[in-house]
Design a protein around this ligand. Structure first.
Ligand code: ZN
Length: 260
């Protein structure tokens, strides 16, 4: 499932008891929770990069309350993942989207995030999927042409790497916050779809878009979690109804060879 993250190596990693090893003998320990840390020293700008433990726990509680259920249903519908498909999410956080999608469809799921606490939580909650700590901006530690579907749900979009790891014709499901997302807190945001589609270049074609908007009722403790989750610990959010909105775009990886 993983390839070696050492610069210039990128050979496939093979599972050994408690570690993954490439043919050049680069070795990566498997954590007790079952994930592997593929972060290289040059990937680390901070000592503990990415979301911290408190933020990860708050996001997990929000998902467990079901407030993102409606968003997930739209992801499920558009993703069209099937049993046996290989799917992976870049910037997966605590694993909710790819973990749930894999669980409901029988696809093989994998997730990459730069935050160790997030991957640790993902591996605990969705042990049937594969999880790695890595810097998706630099590389996705997945073999070339190995994926049927890649996910980026309000996460990073390393398009060159998505192109490399997807099989020809594979899908990339990209999600960005819709203009009404958390409108109670932020006011109307901008429509981000144009800028995502403008990034695509020749490697991907957009086949379908979908906007999902849901209204969820939050009590005081859920409001506290939401503040942490969006990095506004001091922001004023009253308990009550909150709008969540996601703009989803299903993109198809083009195959240059087939087009000529
Ligand atoms: Zn290696």
């Amino acid at each position: 499932m993983w390839i070696c993250p050492v610069r210039g190596c990128q050979l496939e990693l093979r599972p050994r008891p408690r570690r993954w090893v490439c043919e050049s003998d680069h070795s990566f320990d498997v954590a007790r929770e079952g994930y592997v840390n593929l972060l290289q020293p040059q990937d680390r700008r901070a000592k503990a990069p990415g979301d911290g433990r408190e933020v990860v726990a708050a996001r997990r509680r929000l998902h467990e309350r079901g407030i993102t259920r409606g968003l997930f249903e739209a992801v499920l519908e558009l993703a069209d993942a099937r049993r046996g498909d290989r799917i992976a999410e870049a910037g997966c956080g605590e694993g909710f989207y790819v973990g749930t999608l894999a669980g409901q469809t029988g696809a093989h799921g994998a997730g990459v995030d730069i935050s160790t606490p997030a991957i640790e939580a993902a591996a605990r909650r969705y042990p049937e999927c594969s999880w790695a700590v890595a810097n998706a901006d630099r590389m996705l530690p997945l073999p070339t042409g190995s994926l049927d579907l890649a996910l980026s749900i309000t996460g990073r979009r390393p398009l060159g790497e998505f192109y490399r790891v997807l099989r020809p014709g594979g899908g990339l499901l990209a999600g960005v916050p819709g203009p009404e997302d958390l409108i109670e807190l932020r006011g109307v945001g901008k429509d981000r779809r144009e800028s995502v589609l403008a990034e695509l270049g020749a490697g991907f074609a957009c086949v379908e878009t979908k906007r999902v908007t849901t209204h969820v009722r939050l009590d005081a403790s859920a409001v506290g979690d939401l503040r942490l989750a969006i990095y506004r610990p001091a922001g004023v959010i009253e308990p009550g109804e909150v709008t969540l909105s996601l703009d989803l775009m299903l993109l198809r990886r083009r195959d240059a060879m087939l087009e000529t």
